[in-house]
Design a protein around this ligand. Structure first.
Ligand code: NAD
Length: 361
């Protein structure tokens, strides 16, 4: 990877590195865009095959956070941290690493606010908090906002309501058939929301207990993981993994709407074009799943659960705007979402910056 070329392509930004050989800390903080405020983004703590892979991940993810914050009208920019997880990590070394990382975050003077992400735990954030106040999502007992999944699920339900309004002119979800892929943290709460709204559910999960729980609590029909794509339904809600809409799964879809919580749902941008050609309304992932980010952004502002809820409910209006503009401009919804963000950030639409640049948070 040519670092500067890649950073240029993604419209960076500043990239900060911290190396502490005695501790084994190799950390990257990629601050993509701070136009609307300090960047919020989680810290990923995983093993990487090479420094280039770690850098690429940080840059790609940091940009994704800018788009998610901007589409949600938050007073925040986008950034992400990556700490390369050393092999054979001891608990003692883990604490030292997160203490040093906390000092690193503090040195950035509040331009970057960190929180949990893949590989990090609340206990790591508690260590970080001893060295900087620019951290969110630490111990809920100390006033943090806690698990963001229920709010993410609320946002996804509002996104599905927007799609139902746009597609069928409906004001409720009663009798609508939703197929949910993955009923983990977000998927379970989404199933609960939809069941309460009178929707009919089909679910799948590689964890059979998780699926069985939804069958018991919400009268959901359970199907095998590979069967979820071809379920004849109104809405397909991917809530498990990224890149689930690809050349193999797209022809199987028998739904009118794709709207779920997973990040990076489209394997490639061109799959948004194909969805549109097939008449399937796609709710862009970073717009519909922003409830979790809204939750931590509210924690930054002084947590107010009602305000977080109201802002998450507004995902309905954001998605309706995207759907309407997609219809009027005859463009895929994923392209429209990117354009809305870029017009806010740069006053113009960027060309050629999206292909192969997945958005995640
Ligand atoms: P999770 O790990 O709690 O749940 C994912 C579920 O999917 C698990 O139950 C897992 O067993 C299941 N699963 C994995 N592979 C599967 C497969 N092939 N087929 C069927 N089921 C499978 O994760 P989560 O926190 O619920 O997040 C789900 C998705 O939403 C992820 O893509 C995540 O990045 C995204 N997301 C989550 C939040 C949040 O607030 N948690 C916010 C924004 C985006």
């Amino acid at each position: 990877m040519d670092l500067f070329k890649y950073a240029h392509q993604l419209h960076y930004g500043t990239i900060h590195l911290c190396v502490e050989p005695e501790i084994g800390l190799h950390a990257i903080v990629a601050l993509h865009n701070l136009k609307f405020g300090p960047a919020i983004g989680g810290t990923r703590f995983v093993e990487y095959p090479s420094s280039n892979d770690a850098l690429r991940d940080a840059l790609r993810l940091g940009r994704g956070m800018t788009y998610k914050a901007a589409i949600s009208n938050l007073a925040h920019g986008g950034g992400k941290a990556v700490i390369v997880r050393p092999p054979n990590l001891s608990e003692e070394q883990r604490v030292e690493i997160f203490a040093a990382f906390g000092r690193f975050v503090d040195s950035l003077g509040g331009r970057y606010i960190t929180c949990e992400d893949s590989g990090t735990r609340v206990s790591d954030m508690n260590v970080v908090r001893q060295h900087t106040r620019h951290v969110l999502g630490y111990d809920p007992a100390s006033g943090s906002s806690g698990d963001p999944s229920p709010l993410t699920a609320l946002g996804v339900r509002r996104g599905i309501e927007a799609a139902a309004k746009f597609k069928w002119g409906r004001d409720d979800l009663s009798g609508l058939h939703v197929a949910i892929q993955g009923v983990g943290h977000v998927g379970y709460y989404l199933a609960r929301e939809l069941h309460a709204a009178g929707a009919k559910l089909t679910v799948t999960d590689i964890n059979q207990q998780a699926a069985a729980r939804c069958a018991e609590e919400f009268s959901a029909t359970v199907v095998a993981p590979e069967a979820i794509f071809s379920v004849d339904c109104d809405v397909f809600a991917p809530c498990a993994l990224g890149a689930v809409i690809d050349d193999h799964t797209l022809p199987q879809l028998s739904c009118a709407v794709v709207a779920g919580a997973a990040n990076n749902q489209l394997a490639e941008d061109r799959h948004g074009v194909i969805l549109r050609e097939r008449g399937i309304v796609y709710a862009p992932d970073y717009a519909i799943n922003a409830g979790g980010l809204i939750n931590v952004a509210e924690e930054f502002a002084g947590f107010d659960a009602d305000r977080a809820r109201i802002k998450t409910e507004a995902i309905f209006e954001t998605l309706l705007e995207i759907f309407e503009r997609s219809r009027v401009e005859n463009l895929p919804t994923n392209v429209v979402a990117d354009r809305i963000v870029e017009e806010k950030l740069y006053g113009r639409t960027l060309t050629g910056s999206h292909a192969s640049v997945a958005v995640e948070a």
